[in-house]
Design a protein around this ligand. Structure first.
Ligand code: NOJ
Length: 734
């Protein structure tokens, strides 16, 4: 009987088991549920350790950036929230992702990030150059192409764009942003975000962007990287928040806090910046990642006695993800026990990280499609955009007697300088996954451009620096045997970017001496500069007949240089940063505030004016600006002012002209900059053609300014509108 009962029970159990419904798919795995409900569901299932890991970022692969060497690059934990992927192999990346997705309890995918600053395999010009193109649409396209190469390399998140306003060219990181003006930074930064992220983050080939470095990093004292910065509330509102606000509005998924100490409170623990402004005032829904090891560095900055305190302050300030210091993982559990942080704060940070992973579609499509390298990188259309952007970002600074473009009547050209045969230094800093072997040298581009037309006499001349002038004689002979000379000078790519501050921004003496030696031959001199920061050209400018600022133009930039030299391309760049005459003039930028005695206070030993102001750049054609027409000279605060200027291409070739519109408000309650850029537009004008440029001025957007608390003020009174060399007055009434 007993046996029978057992058998009966067993049979019933078997029947029940076989009829039991399969475990329902957890809500967070349900593709058709809303992201919010998926995040909430997942959060409820997570242990504290799992949560803490989502807030931790480590590295994967070989870290080749000397500023960021860290032994954590050797291994990885599949529970990590994010890995900085020092690689471009999607197979390896997918194998790592598989461990996270298939071998961890909850299967949370890893977010792979990397610094793709101005291109992945195809390098675009450095961002400082890109700003000089005044072509935000082209920048969007470039960032979109670069997102595709990045995505196919297994990376879903780039630490770009850098939108720091940078006015001190001693700071090597000027190369990484869009120059000295907040409005320019805002426009280019927003276009980069749109390019990287596309219409939908989950669509293939799109990646998440990261606005950095929040905030005022460009103000580091003396241009010394990682230093203290002091910034008034007014300047913060007026200048430094502007580009970040625009980037957030454009939908940037993440923000990186900066290393610097801002008037005593490093950004890493600056609650006012991270929480009050960014998350509360602006409604930023993404997450904030620390800069490299920045939480640990709080101890160097004198604002934390130990790692635990550093972690507490950072998390409570609103810093969501810990890059590399491993402090969140180690200390959050204890900090919770001690009630120094709350679970709500931890959950909020985790929620932000998970939300981005869902938005990127990583839960539903965690793997990178594997495409052959030949289809992945350096595609013709990508190179075409890179070449066009390089061409549009180069700035013709001087062109005495129209020596450029090189005339068809000359027979021979000396090509001299350390840059002629160099590919590496055309790349700039932050080279993504690019190889110098894919970068065409200037020498090869020159031979392509001028073959059969000109005899090219090459000489190295000298190295970038040092004292060796033994190559001067050969260079002088090459010059003597040629009709004209082009000197290719500049900086090595390791001289700009992170941790590359310089006490002087002049070219090294050996290069200046080379210019002087060639000048003695009496041959016309064209100087092409390849560099990552404005240079002080006081000693060489007088010897040059022409100067072309080519910046570090990237993979296919050399043919843009030679195209400008030959006249195949008409230069259209205008500076996004002022070129001081000497290093001692720093800081000098176009939107300085007016001084008490404009006619006094000049330097006694050098001119006070910089060599080239922001907005400066020449063309091979000539443009005539008509008188500006205003819809009215008096508007109410609620009315728009329509300003029009007709630009006539009066020269012999087509050209692209960027028109820059500035305003000035000389009777503001809080002093305003001498002038402020409010709008720009670049258009193609065919020779003999006239094009009307229109600025639709919205007083609320274009004339109001913030006070120290961030409240926008719109004042009635006199204003000026400036365009080209014109300045017209208008009045705003209540
Ligand atoms: C430090 C740099 O400041 C930052 O710009 C970069 O994104 C991170 N390292 C990651 O490489």
């Amino acid at each position: 009987m007993k046996t029978f009962r057992y058998l009966f029970a067993a049979a019933t159990a078997i029947i029940l088991v076989s009829f039991k419904k399969p475990d329902p798919l957890p809500l967070y795995k349900n593709k058709s549920a809303s992201i919010e409900s998926r995040v909430n569901d997942l959060l409820k299932r997570m242990t504290l350790d799992e949560k803490v890991m989502q807030l931790s970022q480590y590295t994967l692969g070989l870290n080749d950036n000397e500023n960021n060497i860290n032994d954590l690059s050797k291994g990885f934990d599949p529970h990590a929230g994010s890995l900085i992927y020092f690689g471009s192999d999607p197979l390896f990346r997918n194998a790592v992702q598989k461990k996270a997705v298939e071998e961890t309890r909850l299967g949370i995918p890893i977010l792979f990030g990397f610094d793709i600053i101005h291109g992945c395999k195809t390098l675009y010009p450095i961002p400082l150059a890109v700003g000089c193109s005044w072509n935000t649409e082209l920048n969007r396209e470039a960032c979109s192409n670069s997102a595709k190469e990045t995505y196919l390399s297994g990376i879903n998140w780039t630490f770009s764009p850098m939108v720091d306003v940078a006015r001190d060219p001693r700071w090597g990181r000027v190369a990484e942003g869009y120059g000295e003006d907040p409005y320019t930074g805002a426009q280019f930064g927003a276009s980069a975000v749109r390019g990287y992220q596309g219409q939908s983050l989950s669509a293939p080939n799109n990646i998440a962007a990261c606005l950095k470095h929040y905030l005022a990093y460009g103000l580091v004292e003396g241009g010394r990287d990682y230093s203290f910065t002091d910034v008034s509330q007014q300047l913060l509102q007026d200048t430094y928040l502007v580009s970040f606000k625009a980037g957030v509005k454009a939908g940037a998924s993440t923000v990186m806090s900066s290393f610097n100490d801002i008037s005593g409170t490093p950004s890493t623990i600056n609650k006012y910046l991270l929480t009050d402004i960014l998350k509360t005032q602006w409604g930023f829904k993404g997450f904030v990642v620390a800069d490299w090891d920045a939480i640990a560095q709080l101890m160097n900055q004198g604002v934390a006695k130990d790692p635990e305190q550093a972690g507490e302050r950072a998390l409570n300030a609103g810093l969501d993800m810990d890059m590399l210091s491993d402090i969140y993982r180690k200390y959050i559990p204890d900090l919770l026990k001690q009630k120094k942080i709350t679970m709500a704060t931890v959950d909020e940070a985790v929620r932000r990280v998970l939300t981005l992973k869902f938005k990127l579609g990583l839960f539903d499509n965690p793997y990178t499609p594997v495409v052959a390298e030949s289809q992945r990188y350096l595609q013709p259309e990508t190179k075409k955009t890179a070449n066009q952007l390089a061409a549009e970002s180069m700035v013709l600074l001087k062109n005495k007697d129209n020596i450029l473009p090189i005339s068809g009547s000359i027979k021979s050209l000396a090509i001299i300088g350390p840059m002629v045969n160099d590919s590496t230094d055309l790349m700039g800093s932050w080279t993504g996954r690019a190889n110098a072997k894919d970068v065409e040298s200037i020498n090869s581009a020159l031979r392509g451009e001028f073959s059969g037309k000109l005899q090219l006499n090459y000489a190295h001349g000298c190295d970038f620096d040092g004292k060796d002038d033994s190559g001067f004689d050969v260079a002088i002979n090459a010059a003597k045997n040629s009709d004209e000379v082009v000197l290719f000078l500049g900086e090595k790519n390791s001289w700009s970017g992170e941790n590359t501050s310089r006490s002087t921004i002049a070219l090294p003496e050996i290069q200046e001496r080379l210019v002087a030696a060639i000048k003695k031959t009496g041959k016309p001199i064209i100087i092409v500069l390849i560099n990552g920061r404005p240079l002080a050209l006081k000693n060489i400018e007088p010897d040059a007949d022409a100067i072309l600022e080519a910046w570090q133009p990237g993979t296919v930039g050399a043919t843009a240089i030679t195209g400008i030299l030959s006249g195949r391309i008409n230069p259209s760049g205008k500076l996004d940063i002022t070129f001081p005459l000497t290093t001692g003039q720093i800081p000098v930028y176009y939107d300085m505030h007016p001084r008490a005695r404009p006619y006094l206070g000049n330097y006694q030993d050098i001119p006070t004016e910089p060599l080239y102001w922001f907005g400066y750049g020449l063309s091979y054609t000539t443009y005539n600006y008509s008188d500006v027409k205003l819809s009215s000279t008096k508007i109410k605060k609620t009315e728009h002012l329509i300003a029009k200027v007709e630009v006539d291409n009066t020269g012999k070739i087509d050209g692209k002209e960027a028109v820059l519109w500035y305003i000035a408000h000389p009777e503001a309650t809080i002093s305003r900059p001498r002038k402020e850029l409010k709008f720009f537009e670049k258009k193609l004008i065919k020779k003999g053609e006239k094009i009307v440029y229109t600025f639709d001025l919205d007083p609320e957007r274009d004339l109001s300014y913030p006070d120290a608390s961030g409240k926008q003020i719109l004042e009635s009174g006199d204003y000026y509108l400036m365009v080209g060399s014109q300045k017209v007055k208008f009045e705003v009434t209540d």
